[in-house]
Design a protein around this ligand. Structure first.
Ligand SMILES: Nc1nc2c(ncn2[C@@H]2O[C@H](COP(=O)(O)OP(=O)(O)OP(=O)(O)O)[C@@H](O)[C@H]2O)c(=O)[nH]1
Length: 612
């Protein structure tokens, strides 16, 4: 017997990949991923260990065996209440640890939370076959809808595979991906980067890779069009190594799968790798938790009204639930799965199309549920007030240098996106940048491309807090405007040394403004009120200056400073207010529960010092 792949062995022995990796860790055997190969002697050792544990042939973790009989009722009790379209095939009945029995009523431990299906996005260069690959998977893996119905595009679909459910975001391209990320949401668990075997790496391939890396989403490379006579998958693999992405067969850990969206070759294997990656990521979500989801897309249907596709990420959605998106809310009047079938409820990793909002929400907006209409309205009102606070705070309270860049004594990374007029310039700039790095400051070129910066670059920069440096190319006005709106530094240079000066300034961080603390006011705590939602509130009297929401707070008791933090809320009677002046009483809510009658609270804020 020669070398064996870890996941093949796991499959043959009927244990989970994760368990196999634990055993290998225990044996001190090094591996890159579950598709790494191991020696025959190691295989024998693993078999021995499993035989001793008595687990061979079952998928149950050893520690769960003893409690298996006991755990069964807990399993039933924690099973997902998902009707659409089915619980994930990998859902964790066999993952319930013995502690689950005792701790059933408590918050579920990770092992109790069922696995959920992975959500996959497909990115790559234009014409490399993203749509064709999605179409092939949809055609072969999505259960046909009942006769007569037309499946509408909803932005996502669910594929049933022998390894369980996989959810695909079917708006190909990184625009959809970055729009969602730019709003702070992460919807994809795995990114498939499609590269045509006859074309190899192209500018948008590099961009797609940069986006997946910035999102820290595991990548699988699908080398497409391998059916073509001119296909050269080896060239693609070699080109990938130039981006420091080393395919497994070259000793790295990048999963590369040759496929053809035309003939279907390799697609099954690709799906298998998706499931393997998902298993290693240990994706879980609690169907009993509070609902949380993300808008995939929204549109207006002339007959039905606003239709919104939402990905359920946590909890379970039911028809009739009240949902809040941004500063809007709605009640679910009807809900369809991605096949167009009417459903009443939907659990984690289920894309659903919802009828019930009056405005079209934006892709990437987070969705939460509310108990009833009143609660939904309250959430919206508090978001509106928070937004106004943030707008004010932007003017009033600037971040300190440390808040922006982390402690200066620690290592820092400056993220850059480089755009230049030619491959030669790009390489020259990268060479210079590599020499500019210091021991403490790393320069991370997230993306280096030829041609003017794009909207996608700005989105990437905004999610990664990067600076965009352009050499001999200028940004189109539209892109500049978006960069301005998002507060992204987008700078163009014609002389390379000016660009390097800018990089040096970024390295030193001397572009950052200097801030100092400004005293705002003082208050005496006259009584402490216990608030059911906000914890302890200090009923106080302002004796000097004024207090502002979000200001810094220092609490002294006698001569001792007992707390330093933030004023997270200010109340006058029952109303939330932003400022209270000298001579007034107010409720001060600190991010601290230890406040006592007689304490003195001092408020301050950080202000920028303009150099003389
Ligand atoms: N021979 C062959 N042709 C393919 C394969 N996959 C896609 N194509 C063809 O390549 C072309 C581009 O495919 P698309 O699926 O539209 O590519 P895309 O990446 O979605 O393109 P954009 O949506 O424009 O970004 C089409 O003519 C497809 O028929 C494949 O595996 N083999």
């Amino acid at each position: 017997m020669s070398k064996v792949r870890i996941y093949t062995l796991a499959k043959d022995l009927g244990v989970e990949n994760q368990r196999m990796l634990e055993i290998l860790d225990g044996l001190g055997v090094s591996y890159k991923s579950v598709s790494s190969t191991i020696e025959e002697e190691t295989v024998d050792l693993i078999k021995q260990i499993l035989a001793e544990e008595g687990t061979e042939g079952t998928e149950t973790a050893p520690e769960a065996v003893a409690a298996e009989a006991e755990a069964a009722p807990a399993v039933a009790a924690t099973a997902p209440v998902v009707s659409a379209p089915e619980a994930p095939a990998t859902a964790g009945s066999d993952d319930v640890a013995p502690v689950a029995v005792a701790a059933e009523a408590a918050a579920p431990a990770t092992a109790e939370i069922p696995h959920r299906a992975p959500v996959v996005t497909i990115m790559g260069h234009v014409d490399h076959g993203k749509t064709s690959l999605l179409d092939y998977i949809r055609k072969t893996k999505v259960a046909a809808k009942e006769a007569g119905g037309i499946t509408q595009h909803v932005g996502a679909f669910e594929a049933q595979t022998s390894k369980g459910r996989i959810v695909f975001i079917d708006t190909p391209g990184h625009e959809a991906f970055t729009t969602i990320r730019a709003r702070g949401a992460n919807v994809a668990d795995i990114a498939i980067i499609v590269i045509a075997a006859d074309d190899s790496l192209m500018p948008q391939t590099r961009e797609a890779i940069a986006h997946a890396q910035a999102a820290k989403v595991p990548m699988i490379i699908a080398i497409n069009k391998v059916d073509l006579p001119q296909a050269d998958p080896d060239r693609v693999k070699t080109d990938l190594t130039q981006l420091n992405l080393v395919p497994e067969e070259y000793g790295g850990d990048l999963v590369v799968v040759p496929v053809s969206a035309k003939t279907g070759e390799g697609v099954e294997e690709l799906l298998e790798y998706i499931s393997l990656t998902a298993e290693l990521e240990d994706l879980r979500a609690d169907p009993k938790a509070a609902f949380g989801g993300v808008v995939i897309e929204g549109r207006v249907d002339r007959q039905q009204g606003v239709l919104t596709t939402v990905m359920v990420q946590e909890g379970t959605l039911h028809v009739g639930d009240f949902l809040v998106v941004g500063e809007n809310y709605g009640k679910i009047k009807a809900m369809n799965d991605s096949n167009g079938a009417r459903i009443k409820e939907a659990g984690p990793s289920t894309p659903v199309q919802i009828l019930g909002f009056s405005d079209v929400p934006n892709s990437g907006e987070k969705v939460a549920s509310a108990k009833n209409e009143h609660a939904a309205r309250e959430v919206v009102a508090s978001r509106q007030s928070d937004r106004r606070d943030i707008e004010d705070a932007r003017v009033q309270r600037r971040k300190t240098l440390e808040e922006m860049m982390g402690p200066l004594s620690e290592d820092r990374t400056v993220n850059l996106i480089v755009r230049a007029d030619s491959q030669g310039s790009v390489e020259a700039i990268q060479g210079i940048l590599a020499r500019r790095e210091t021991d403490n400051v790393k320069l991370n070129v997230m993306l280096a491309g030829i041609g003017a910066p794009t909207e996608g670059d700005v989105l990437l920069a905004s999610t990664a807090e990067a600076t965009i440096l352009c050499f001999s190319v200028t940004a189109p006005a539209g892109v500049k405007k978006i960069a301005d709106n998002k507060g992204i530094d987008l700078k163009s240079y014609k002389i390379i040394y000016e660009m390097i000066d800018e990089v040096d300034r970024l390295i030193k961080g001397n572009l950052e403004p200097v801030f100092e603390e400004k005293y705002l006011g003082r208050a005496e705590v006259r009584m402490v009120i216990r608030h059911p939602k906000n914890g302890n509130i200090a009923g106080s009297y302002i004796t000097d200056g004024s207090f502002k929401r979000n200001a810094k707070a220092k609490v002294t008791r006698g001569k001792e400073t007992v707390y330093e933090g933030t004023i997270v809320g200010l109340k006058r009677f029952k109303d939330d207010v932003r400022e209270v002046k000298n001579g007034f009483e107010c409720g001060v809510n600190l991010d601290w529960e230890g406040v006592m009658e007689g304490d003195i609270i001092e408020a301050s804020e950080m202000v920028e010092v303009i150099p003389a």
